[in-house]
Write a protein of this length. Structure first.
Length: 229
């Protein structure tokens, strides 16, 4: 994917990803943000990974059923990359270039954290896949929702009810703690792009923090933005 195609052009939409561990509230928050943007008359689409395009949704089904795991960690990573490649080319890039804001429930940081940090897939493979699938297309803002592992898993279990846990929900506590640590580390390493938000309070309180992060990033006066830099 060429650099020229991914540079921010005047009128290009903003790209916002949501990240976090199981049950951290991404789907809840992304919907609230879409409503808020709509009220502000900003055109947005809500999408997700793995999935988000017809081809990628087929791969999502394979991955969450655990079929990808049977192929081994490297091949499973390639499946996430194949899904992302289709999603970026057919949904994300076209929307951004038409000036539409893209709200994405998970993106490439999920591969870095789940496959790379927690899954121990070599960073060289993760980097190579990222270059091929997204090039320079980093989100303009990444909201990382942070909750203690026990709370997130409890929320995910309550929502699931009697259904069986999926491929990643079935991992042990140590895996989930590694995810949380890796997301917190990412927020510390990339503060210009990532904002870590305490997702323990009620959903409306978390939504207010998300909106503050957006306002600071995109709607702040030049003086305020400069003092943050
Ligand atoms: N994955 C990967 O390994 N590599 C990759 O590159 C990518 C993904 C892109 C996709 O699963 C899986 O793929 C994912 C990582 C892996 N792991 N898993 N499992 P998914 O899309 O099916 O699920 P998820 O992304 O992990 O999200 P989630 O666990 O389904 O939850 P969530 O979206 O973060 O939370 P929620 O659905 O908004 O909320 C969960 C419940 O808590 C629900 O009942 C809410 O009403 C409740 N909730 C939400 N917020 C609150 C607050 N603030 N207080 C109380 N209760 C709340």
């Amino acid at each position: 994917m060429g650099e020229a195609a991914t540079k921010r052009m005047p009128g290009r939409g903003r790209f916002i990803s949501f990240e976090g561990g199981e049950g951290s509230g991404k789907s809840t928050q992304i919907k609230k943000l879409a409503e808020r943007l709509e009220a502000a008359k900003l055109r947005s689409i809500l999408t997700r990974e793995p999935g988000g395009s017809p081809g990628a949704e087929v791969i999502r089904h394979l991955l969450l059923s655990g079929m990808g795991k049977l192929l081994g960690p490297d091949a499973e990573t390639l499946l996430f990359a194949a899904a992302r490649d289709d999603h970026v080319r057919t949904v994300i890039q076209p929307a951004l270039s038409q000036g539409t804001w893209v709200l994405c429930d998970r993106f490439s940081d999920s591969t870095r954290v789940y496959q790379g940090k927690a899954g121990k897939v070599p960073v060289g493979l993760v980097n190579a896949m990222e270059r091929v699938t997204i090039g320079n297309l980093k989100p303009d803002l990444t909201i990382i929702l942070d909750v203690p592992v026990e709370i997130g898993l409890k929320r995910a279990a309550a929502r699931r009810g009697d259904a069986a846990p999926d491929r990643f929900e079935s991992e042990d506590m140590k895996f989930h703690q590694n995810l949380r640590d890796a997301y917190r580390e990412l927020a510390a390493i990339e503060p210009q792009r990532c904002v870590l938000i305490d997702a323990t309070p009620d959903a409306n309180t978390v939504a207010a923090s998300v909106w503050t992060a957006l306002r600071d990033r995109f709607f702040a006066s030049p003086a305020t933005a400069a003092s943050r830099a």
